[in-house]
Design a protein around this ligand. Structure first.
Ligand code: NAP
Ligand code: GDD
Length: 349
């Protein structure tokens, strides 16, 4: 049978890695992009411009908030698998655009599920669920498929709806619908407003003399950070099983934002020395004494998820999935990439 995948959010971080992965497995891939006033396909340009994918990779305009376009796309493409990756995916920004986040990250999921149910009910469905669902119960770690949910943001609450409507369509209509409850995963393609990429870009710019210091919010937050390239394989594995189910993908390791900062600076030979506490905490170059990191309350969130640490043992056992890239290697990959892109200014007379 011809394998046809439809990916919403194809030009996001995960969409780009998943496209590469599925094309390597000989899928026909249909990516959904929304219209921008400028072209925003940087993460998939290498696929678009690769002539060997000319008859395998297709882009279509659509929008998560527009059920007409989603239904028409399902009718036209007739996918065998849909990966619903599109979302307003920034937790901090969801406090600023809460209603839009509810629409794009929550209600949109039922639009896609209904479009599948009515037009291609045998199509398998992957929902990009998240560790943000666990949010507010830090005592329950590591978090697994059986940990109670307690979202702490408009983003988390919208994803909670998407999680349950996916379970509901599986149970009510016998659809092959799965939730991947993914913990944070990063890469050189990570959006620049997420903390890891903000840090690696800043360190590269500081080294190139293009930025003075890095300003951050909560340095104590702990995250279970993996590599996006590893996680897209897990998404695909979920849809290859005999029965639909929900799975956690995580590394089972957690690190503070502060540790990520230290590791990124270590990659360029700088040891950070911390002085002060709370909003007065600052990070200095231990050799030169130069101020490199400070805290700016504008990056604090109205409510914060303090600790995420995932237990991926169900996915490891049932899917045979295992993350390959470890924390320090991830920081290194991102630092190498940003250091290459951000070069020092040319010397002029
Ligand atoms: P991302 O880089 O922010 O990509 C999100 C994608 O969604 C972008 O391509 C974006 O398009 C698209 N999108 C947003 N609003 C849309 C709309 N109204 N209509 C159509 N497309 C829209 O996110 P990611 O890191 O790849 O994450 C993929 C999914 O996994 C998201 O649902 C995210 O919430 C979830 N997730 C991510 C992580 C993680 O750590 N990365 C962990 C758990 C779950 P534009 O490029 O046009 O903006
Ligand atoms: N973005 C950002 N910017 N975060 C900061 C900053 C800053 O300047 N300073 C500290 N942080 C802290 C945040 O408060 C949070 O505790 C942590 O760094 C990680 O923030 P993000 O990188 O923005 O990611 P996130 O954990 O909120 O959300 C990501 O992971 C979720 C899975 O757990 C996103 O990819 C979500 O879409 C995803 O669901």
């Amino acid at each position: 049978m011809k394998r046809i995948a439809m990916i919403t959010g194809v030009n996001g971080q995960d969409g780009s890695y998943l496209s590469e992965f599925l094309l390597s497995k000989d899928y026909e891939v249909h990516g959904i992009i929304r219209r921008h006033s400028t072209i925003c396909t940087q993460r998939i340009d290498h696929i678009i411009n690769n002539s060997s994918f000319k008859d395998k990779f297709f882009l279509h305009y659509g929008d998560l908030t527009d059920s007409c376009s989603l239904a028409e796309l399902i009718r036209k493409i007739k996918p065998t698998e849909v990966y619903n990756l599109a979302a307003q995916s920034h937790v901090g920004i969801s406090f600023e655009v809460p209603e839009y986040t509810a629409e794009a990250t929550g209600v949109s999921t039922i639009k896609i599920l209904e479009a599948i149910r009515q037009n291609k009910p045998d199509c398998r469905f992957y929902q990009a669920s998240t560790s943000e669902l666990f949010g507010g119960i830090p005592s329950t770690v590591p978090q697994s498929e059986t940990t109670p949910f307690y979202p702490k943001s408009p983003y988390g609450a919208a994803k909670l709806y998407s999680y349950w409507i996916t379970v509901n369509y599986r149970e009510a209509y016998n659809m092959f619908a799965c939730n991947g409850i993914l913990f944070n995963h990063e890469s050189p393609r990570r959006g620049e407003e997420f903390v890891t990429r903000k840090i690696t870009i800043a360190v590269a710019k500081i080294m190139a003399g293009k930025q003075d210091k890095l300003s951050l919010g909560n340095l104590n937050a702990k995250r279970d950070w993996g590599y996006a390239g590893d996680y897209v394989e897990g998404m695909w594995l979920m849809l290859q099983q005999d029965k639909p189910d929900d799975y956690v993908l995580a590394t089972n390791e957690t690190h503070t934002v502060r540790e990520f900062v230290e590791a990124a600076f270590e990659e360029v030979g700088i040891k950070i020395e911390w002085r002060g506490s709370g909003i007065d905490e600052k990070g200095y170059d231990s050799k030169s004494g130069k101020l490199l990191v400070d805290v700016n309350p504008k990056y604090f969130r109205p409510a914060e998820v303090e600790l995420l640490l995932g237990d991926p043992s169900k996915a490891e056992k049932q899917l045979g999935w295992k993350r390959k890239v470890k924390f320090r290697e991830l920081v290194k990959i991102m630092m190498i990439s940003d250091t290459k892109t951000i070069t020092p200014p040319l010397m002029t007379d």
